[in-house]
Structure formats: C-alpha cells, structure tokens
Design a binder for this molecule. Structure first.
Ligand code: FAD
Length: 428
C-alpha cells in the first residue's frame, strides 16, 4: 500500500478549489493510452485525447497537481527560453518557424482552454514583463523584442521611466512586455484540468505510482501497487519527478527546486504602488527572480532557494529582503507562506519530446515555463499519440541523451548559483 504525500505547504494548498475525486486504481485495466504523471502535461494530454474519443488513463503517484503544476509561480509566459532567431538557427526555417508559432501561441491556447471549460482559476492576461536591471542585459532583451516585433507579435520594449510606472521601483533599466502573458492559480488550474479531463471521459487515478513499464506482446504493461494496466500506447509526463521507469531518462534532466514566498493580502494602495496594472515579471539575470500580485493583493516572490523541501518563507528570507529592497513600503508586512517544488532543466534549455520505442512518448523539461507550454504540448502529444509516427508535431522529437557527469548536478547547480550571483552583481 502507498501513502500519499501531502501537498507542499503553499498558499495554493490553502486557497485552491476543491479537488475532483481521483481514487487509487484497484482493478486491472485495458486502455488505449496510459499516461504516467498528473501534472499539466499528463492532464492536458488526457483531456485532448478524451475530446477526440480516445480512452486515456492517468496514473498519478500523489494527486493531480502535486508536482510543479500545483506549486509554481502561476505565470503564463509565451515563448521558449531561446530567442526566435536562435530557434530558427537551431532547427532550420521550417521546424523553427513552427516551433516559434507554437511556443508564442501557448498562452492564448491556455487562456482559451480555461475559458472553454470555465476552469475557475483566477486567470488573467495582463502581460509578461521580462526585465533587466543591468545595462548589459538590456541589449539582449531589446534584441529579443525586435525579433518578436519583426514577426508581428504583440510585444513592446519599455524603458526605465515606463518600468518605474509599471513596477513602482527604479530597479529596471529595460524590459520586454508581451501582452499575451498572464497569470493564474496553479493548483486550482491543475484541479480544473483534471475535472475537465474526467468530464470529457478520461480516467484519472491518484495515489497510483507506476512501478514498472515493460513490453508484453504488442502492448505495454504498467504495474501499480494494486493493479496492472495494459495499454496500446504510453506517455511519460513525470518532469522534475522523473524516476527510473525508462532507462537513463532521469539523467536527461536536472531536477532543481524553485521556491516562492507569499505575503498576506496587501492594502489596495500598496498593491497599486507596486504593480498598478498587474502584469507578471521575471528578471533576466543569471539567477531569475519572478513575481506577481494575485487577485487577493498578495505579492508572490519566486526564485532559487535551497535544494531541499522548505516549509516557511523564512527558508527563503532573501526573497523577502529583496522585495523590501525593491519596495520599502513592504517593511512590516506579514509573509504567510513559503514553499517549493521541482522543475526539470535540460542541457540545451529546450523542452524535450522523445519517442524511444514504438508507442512510447515522453515529454519533459519545460525549463521553468511549463504552465502554458505543458498545457499546449498536451494537444500536440495527443495528436501524435492518435496519429502515430507520420503525424508531425511542432516540437522536435529527439533521442534520449543523458547529461554527462549527471551524478554531480548538485555541485554543478551550487556552482552555477554562486557564479550567477557574482555575475548578477557585476552586471556581466
Ligand atoms: C516553484 C516553481 C515555480 C514555477 N513557476 C513557473 C511559472 O511561473 N510559469 C511557468 O510557466 N512555469 C513555472 N514553473 C514550471 C512549471 O510548473 C512546470 O514546467 C510544469 O508544471 C510541468 O508540468 P508537468 O506536468 O510536466 O510536471 P509536474 O507538474 O511536475 O508533474 C509530474 C507528476 O508526475 C508524477 N509522477 C512522477 N513519477 C511518477 C510515477 N512513477 N508514477 C506516477 N506518477 C508519477 C508526480 O507525482 C507529479 O505530480 C515553475 C516550477 C516550479 C517548481
């Protein structure tokens, strides 16, 4: 018997809509598609399969949204980590163009889906700011903005004075505003996706870890603690919690923690003095800080934290100190929650889709921007699962390549964080 791990002690766990029932699987099943992982990737794929009448069954070790999906910053950010020109250089004009169109369309896709299923998750589309606090990084942001504008995207470059108005601080020298970005309540959204998938006909089982996966004749056999699933096709969507279900997959990602600290609701005046129009913002330094003000006027500050589970905002006191440095009016405000979860970073910073055997698809590595991306990937993955290898999707399907010296990643991350802090301070 397994026992479910509790949700991290987040603001979201205390304020989300109630979960839909997802009982553990206790009878053997025969299905068309089995999906391992009940985050946005797995749930969105299940929903898009079910919409097309394909029987999908999700196996989630804990509960839907328990992983990064129920604990993230809640920013819906368009695009990939890399600039559009870089994407075309890396993947050629045809696939590159499709990837750009897809990745920059993910936020509209997600907000449309939320409207279509009327998912109550406090979704808004007030824009994403990617902001620089050093002259050195403004050039890079300006370049990204120009590449987006050249492609007809709703993007603007903002200067220091405009940013002071939008963020209530002098910290930022330049930023790109993409009006397609926005925010939502991550756990309510994950639960809403699970509800939508189930209402469309998918089956979702919590407290049901997939323990092993192997071929049996022309099908796949997945063992779980109480029952066995036989499936024609399988999707692995385990992201930063990837285990040894598929050989070497764990070594293709670095599962880093990201942390968030949240204040109690701020007065209207203070909230307005910070972000009057409520976009979301992420900094373009080597150590990214991201923040937003939610619909109850709480400030949610996110960034790198300890590489272990945390329980309180005092575990990430630097985020509170940084917020007070940006907005001295916050001094004395109560910080009520601090939590974290694990996301998957890939070596090339692109999301990875693999098809390591016939009828097995793997999707992971949204590199910290999976809210909209993983949702939209779900529709692409469903297309490929239904249509098979002849159906092209708007992301490359690549081989599984373990990261060299993967065992040393904790040391590598620590070194990168220290180096990043120094480079951020020096503006290089
Ligand atoms: C603190 C934090 C802040 C972030 N902020 C943002 C943001 O603001 N904007 C943004 O776009 N992205 C953000 N991200 C990234 C985003 O949350 C992820 O990219 C996205 O949620 C990934 O979804 P997923 O479904 O692929 O993975 P997850 O949501 O992590 O789901 C994987 C699931 O697989 C399950 N699982 C693992 N192994 C098994 C098994 N063997 N059997 C059954 N189940 C299994 C796990 O229990 C887990 O629930 C953030 C991430 C973190 C951690």
């Amino acid at each position: 018997m397994t026992t479910r791990l509790p949700l991290p002690p987040s603001l979201y766990a205390d304020t989300a809509v109630a979960p839909v029932a997802t009982p553990p699987l206790d009878v053997d099943k025969n299905v068309s598609v089995a999906i391992v992982g009940g985050g946005y990737t797995g749930l969105s794929t299940a929903l898009h399969l079910a919409e097309q009448g394909v029987e999908a069954l999700v196996l989630e070790a804990q509960e839907p949204g328990w992983g990064a999906s129920g604990n993230n910053g809640g920013h819906t950010n368009p695009g990939l980590k890399h600039d559009p020109d870089q994407i075309e250089a890396d993947f050629g004009p045809e696939l590159g163009r499709r990837m750009i169109e897809f990745a920059y369309g993910t936020t509209n896709f997600t907000h449309d889906l939320i409207r279509r299923y009327q998912i109550p998750c406090e979704a808004r589309q007030n824009g994403t700011l990617r902001a620089a606090y050093h002259e050195a990084s403004t050039a890079a942001i300006e370049k990204t903005a120009q590449q987006c504008i050249r492609r007809g995207m709703p993007v603007k470059y903002l200067n220091r004075a405009q940013l002071r108005e939008m963020t209530g601080t002098d910290r930022y020298v330049g930023a790109m505003l993409d009006t397609r970005g926005g925010d939502l309540h991550p756990l309510s959204y994950a639960r809403g996706l699970a509800r939508a998938a189930i209402s469309a006909g998918a089956k979702v089982h919590g407290e049901t870890p997939a323990l092993s996966l192997r071929r049996e004749g022309s099908r796949w056999r997945i063992e779980t603690p109480r029952a066995v699933v036989h499936a024609d096709k399988v999707l692995l969507a385990t992201n930063g919690f990837t285990d040894d279900l598929w050989p070497a997959l764990r070594r293709t990602i670095v599962p880093v923690f990201s942390s968030i600290a949240a204040t109690a609701p701020l007065s209207d005046a203070v909230a307005r003095s910070i972000m009057p129009t409520r976009p979301v913002l992420y900094e373009s330094g080597h150590i990214t800080v991201y923040y937003r003000i939610d619909q109850q006027n709480r400030l949610l500050m996110g960034g790198r934290g300890p590489m272990r589970w945390i329980k309180s905002p005092y575990d990430v006191a630097y985020l509170m100190r940084y917020a007070e440095r940006l907005w001295p009016q916050l001094k004395g405000v109560a910080w009520t929650h601090g939590w974290n979860s694990r996301l998957a970073i890939t070596a090339d910073h692109y999301p990875h889709v693999h098809e390591p055997a016939e009828s097995v698809l793997i999707s992971l590595g949204c590199n910290g921007r999976g809210v909209a991306l993983a949702t939209a990937m779900g529709a692409q993955l469903a297309r490929r699962l239904i249509g098979g290898a002849t159906v092209e999707i708007d992301m490359p399907i690549t081989g599984i390549k373990p990261i060299p010296l993967h065992a040393f990643w904790p040391v590598g991350v620590t070194t990168a964080v220290i180096a990043g802090r120094v480079r951020d301070r020096l503006g290089i």
